[in-house]
Design a binder for this molecule. Structure first.
Ligand SMILES: C[S@@+](CC[C@H](N)C(=O)[O-])C[C@H]1O[C@@H](n2cnc3c(N)ncnc32)[C@H](O)[C@@H]1O
Length: 202
């Protein structure tokens, strides 16, 4: 796993500067954060793995490194320029340009019935509560009963009301929500939530 190359950084910054209200980050995720978020991706078998908000693809690369041949790797990116960039630079991934809030319909369109892992770096702080709940519901319905969902939070935001509200929503949507230790080697430092057993299935 490597840090973002100059062309990747350029692609990220060009969209991030124009559409900060959609991207919600100042830099692509680091390899260390990517490792923390993708530890739930099965190394064995031929799983189906979905990424939400791939951007220029640092997490996509980390997912790919874990997957055996025959697995499926899909990514849902709302920004058309970033989706086009991903299709060009990562032809091995099934990039879907769309909204994570429509995950079920997007996966049905791709012929996917059950997902083993969902990895998200969506900018939760930019979404109103209802939208967060809708996306978490879509993720829960897409996941297999043994599946796992991971997402990121940034350390400076942990005490803020918005981050506390997201934690509450995660705990309502999943039976188990664990946090990893801090990942200092990321800008800004972050940590991963690891969620299992979606409540929407019960
Ligand atoms: C914080 S950036 C993360 C980019 C990259 N995965 C990384 O870790 O560096 C968030 C990404 O989510 C995308 N995004 C925002 N809202 C989305 C939505 N509703 N559905 C899918 N992607 C979305 C943005 O365009 C952006 O690429």
């Amino acid at each position: 796993m490597k840090t973002a190359s100059a062309p990747e950084l350029r692609a990220f910054m060009s969209v991030a500067l124009r559409r900060q209200g959609v991207v919600g980050a100042i830099a692509p995720s680091s390899p260390a954060l990517a490792r923390a978020l993708t530890a739930v991706v099965p190394r064995r078998g031929t799983p189906v793995v979905v990424e939400l908000g791939p951007g220029t693809g640092p997490i996509s690369e980390a997912i790919r490194e874990r997957l055996a041949p025959g697995s499926r790797q899909l990514a849902v990116e709302i920004d058309p320029d970033l989706a086009a960039h991903l299709r060009r630079t990562k032809p091995w991934m099934e990039t879907i340009q769309g909204d994570a809030a429509d995950l079920g319909a997007l996966l049905a369109g791709a012929g996917v019935e059950r997902v083993d892992a969902v990895v998200s770096t969506l900018p939760w702080s930019l979404f109103p509560g209802e939208r967060q709940e809708r996306i978490l519901g879509e993720v829960g319905r897409a996941l297999a009963p043994w599946g796992a969902f991971t997402t990121v939070t940034y350390l400076h935001a942990v005490p803020l009301a918005g981050a506390r509200a997201l934690r509450r929503r995660l705990r309502s949507a999943f039976d188990e929500v664990l946090t990893t230790g801090p990942v200092w080697r990321n800008l800004p430092p972050g940590m991963a939530y690891v969620c299992r057993r979606p409540v929407t299935r019960v």
